[in-house]
Write a protein that binds this ligand. Structure first.
Ligand code: ZN
Length: 159
């Protein structure tokens, strides 16, 4: 995939950051542009991986950034959620609005399903995977991870 790229768009008084690539040793605090807007949505659908150097810089950045802005995470990729579960500091004080979860379709194979936090908040707190059907063939999807670990981040409160 390659080093992290950040694209900013301003939309209805909010800043929308679209992040894509690998969070790796190429990251520095300058990789993350500043904004004057208070509310920031970080679209993390394109984040492919974290390594330890990248993660260290990320955590430094998000801790400070999320104490100066109201930060929401949208469309978090599976590697992002894995990282948030292993290390909650990855979220800073941000709030997850939506995320991808790994599911499996008997016919189509692996499917990453978008899950909206608001809609499934109660199930996620109980560590139950919501039911979905495959968008391609309509079959019932099976959740393809351990619900108790994958939905751990849903317990984190914005501070
Ligand atoms: Zn299918």
């Amino acid at each position: 995939m390659g080093h992290l790229k950040v694209v900013i768009r301003e939309q209805e008084g909010r800043a929308r950051y679209t992040l894509a690539g690998d969070v790796d040793e190429a990251i520095s605090q300058e990789s993350f542009p500043a904004t004057d807007l208070n509310e920031v949505i970080l679209d993390l659908s394109g984040i492919m991986s974290f390594n330890s150097c990248g993660l260290r810089e990320w955590i430094r950045w998000i801790q400070i950034f999320s104490s100066h802005h109201k930060v929401y995470f949208e469309n978090c990729s599976v590697p992002t959620i894995d990282q948030m579960n292993m290390m909650p500091q990855t979220m800073g004080k941000g709030t997850v609005l939506s995320f991808y979860a790994p599911y499996y379709c008997e016919t189509c194979g692996e499917v990453n399903q978008l899950v909206l936090m608001d809609r499934y908040a109660e199930m996620l707190r109980q560590k139950k995977a919501p039911d979905f059907s495959c968008e391609t063939c309509g079959d019932v999807l099976c959740f393809d991870a351990l619900a108790a670990s994958y939905f751990l981040f849903a317990d984190s409160r914005a501070g």
